[in-house]
Design a protein around this ligand. Sequence first.
Ligand SMILES: [Zn+2]
Ligand SMILES: [Zn+2]
Length: 890
Amino acid sequence: MPDGDYDPRATEEEWQNRWVDEETYAYDPEHEEVDPNTVYSIDTPPPTVSGSLHMGHLYGHTLQDFAARFHRMDDGAVMFPFGYDDNGIASERLTESELGIRHQDFERREFQQKCREVCAEYEAEFTEKMQDLGMSIDWNRTYKTIEPRVQRISQLSFVDLYEQGREYRKKAPAIWCPECETAISQVEQEDAERHTHFNDIRFDLTEPTESGRESFVIGTTRPELLPACVSVFVHPDDDENAELVGETAEIPIFGHEVPIIEDDRVDLEKGTGVVMCCTFGDQKDIEWYQAHDLPLRVAIDESATMTDLAGDYEGLSTHEAREAIVEDLDELGYLESREELTHTVQVHERCETDVEFRVSKQWYVEILDHKEEYLEAGEQMDWFPQKMFTRYEHWIEGLEWDWLISRQRDSGIPFPVWYCTDCGQEVLAEKADLPVDPLSDDPPVDSCPDCGHDEFEPEDDVFDTWATSSLTPLVNAGWDWDADEGFTMENPELYPFDLRPQGHDIISFWLFHTVIKCYEHTGEVPFDATMINGHVLDENREKMSKSRGNVVDPAKVVAEYPIDAIRYWAASTAVGDDFPFKEKDIVAGEKLLRKLWNASKLVEHLAPEPVDEPDELAPLDEWLLAELDAIVESTTEQFRNYEFAKARDRLRTFFWNTFCDDYLEIAKQQVEEGAASETPRDGGGGAADADPRSTQYALQTAHRTFLQLFAPLMPHITEELWHDMYVEGDATDSIHTRDWPAPRGYEADLEGGEAAMAVIGALRRYKSENQLPLNEPLDHVAVYGNVDGFTDAIAGVMHVESFELLDSAPEITTEVADIGLDYATLGPKYGGKVGEFDAAIDSGEYELDGDTLSLAGETLEADEFEVREERTYSGAGEMLSADEAVIIVN
Ligand SMILES: [Zn+2]
Ligand SMILES: [Zn+2]
């Protein structure tokens, strides 16, 4: 090993480059050691190209890398791919903001070209950053969702679902984003709080009712929908308003007349109980429109501008129209009252614009009829953590729409569809011809199969981005179709994938849609397990956001700290929980790197040459290796269950406390004294005839095992130490492609060994406090405790001339040294009397009886006070304190 301190900057960079150059993490299915039955495959999330790497990427990908590195050692072969999701609205919006342009101002091809260029730049930068994080990705296996191979898979998926009868095109009300000017799907809506007004508006009847009633009042937050009003509804149980049913109302300002209809979907608790139905204000309007076959009045266009139906308000935005209409209603005497209100509306998650509903022709994947099957598919996966399944379940239970997959946008994968201009017949591309672009390619037929007409119109919508990213397991497994074999997979051994890792925020997006697609295409659940990571919060557990100014830039963190230390932090919380970014945890990681480096130097110093296993191991050495077996077992189990935080903590504690602080000190003494004994020496104690090979063997075995166990968590330093100490020359024998350690079958009294370590530690402290050299003989040591089997070891290590194992505890008197009162509980309960308690304790006027304390005429319960005891030994010699044993030194 080199002299001096660990240099993480140089070491990490060197290994990151070598790993990429030497293709250390390449998945080669042809390789003789790849067993198709045990290949561990990961379906990694392709980041949306919408900007730079953030802490969430760093965290999520680090967790995936823990799993990849562990399984590469444990299972032999791992497929850890990488991709970019670079089609769809996100990449369009990035291009628009990056170049300061609007997609509407360009011809489609031209705009698509600009998107590709902007995305390519971002992707190159992102790839470099991922490589700087030391991810064990197979960089030969990367994909982009816009590339021709993926376009082919995406269009194949469309054609297959169409042929299965699971897709349809329908003209119907759909959720619409007026900012992005496209239909969107249910999952793309999210809640947002809005300040607005609740307006009570009077509607006049065209004729008075029999009882003479001439008007009624409806409440609405959206008066700009008045020109789109098509009816008024009353609940059948609403006695007060029953007389209105069957009458006709006149819409204020706009003057058109609408029927008043009875329907039990009216919410009696809300407003006046009389409601208007407009096409469309919300989902209930759509239900009514369909159930009662109401006319369609489109007052708002695709960009949320008022249409000519709005009369004088034509051309205004919905927000401008809302204010103007309210003002006029007030002036004309129709506005009964107006109240401020904060309520929740649905917005498009990409642009946060309030959504509208528009009737348009869109393509849907039928999913509502298979809700049960998708739920069962979710149940078949192992969820880490299990609690995340609930989110999947709730999403499916709340589904109200089939999956709308057509988008009226530019940058996306085209539908492989043409329509007969005469009869509207849908004509799909041949599977063999995919990918196609119907805007430039011809349909596969010369005339309409239905009517014989010979002109066709291409579909110019593009697929929803999730329609393609939901196919990543099939993209990664090389799904395809050919005329002879039908659907095929280039790497069937990868599918179903072992793991789908992802964030909890996209369970309803990516995970759900992947289950749908893969299940419908292959009949199989695409994943054995899913690992759901939480979000990274700031140090105060607040969500990071630009507006709060608390965003941590990963570039800064990476510039300041070793990657291995940052990975140490990433393993500090259970998978699934949101967790704060804490620099203190990264600093703790840095300390562990130094400790590992320095301990390795000491191991190399004490055992410079490879040592074979001796016939018999000294008891403490055997104990260490038995403890190590237990750690190997628990760490393996924890990694298999994605319990990285538990694995890290237990491994660190054992390495730091047991191995470094206790065992290494003993080993140092054993080896140094053993070496000294090979030359004649005068006097000395029991260690003179110790064989250093037992200790050297244990040291090397434990050290190699530590490097392997730490390798998934801290890949750079472990690789460096492995090569320094255990690889000949410049060989490319990476620790990361070696076998994961297995328990070696050592047996020892683990508790006895721990007690013996405690006794040795106490004796070592005794010597140093009394300024005695470590090899100074001690005349007589008596121990009461479970150290049977280790007595010679203790005597040997600590140079004890006469060691006595006591059958019974030595005479120790235990006295109460102090009683502490819990003032927080006692204060409110006893008030001023607490002063009397203190006085009683000071003067010793109290009585301890089991769990209670009697003093000053009161009796306190166990949780109201605390007794501190002092043990004193009055026999010959000095008593040393250790938790596991009583030690008397003479
Ligand atoms: Zn939008
Ligand atoms: Zn036709």
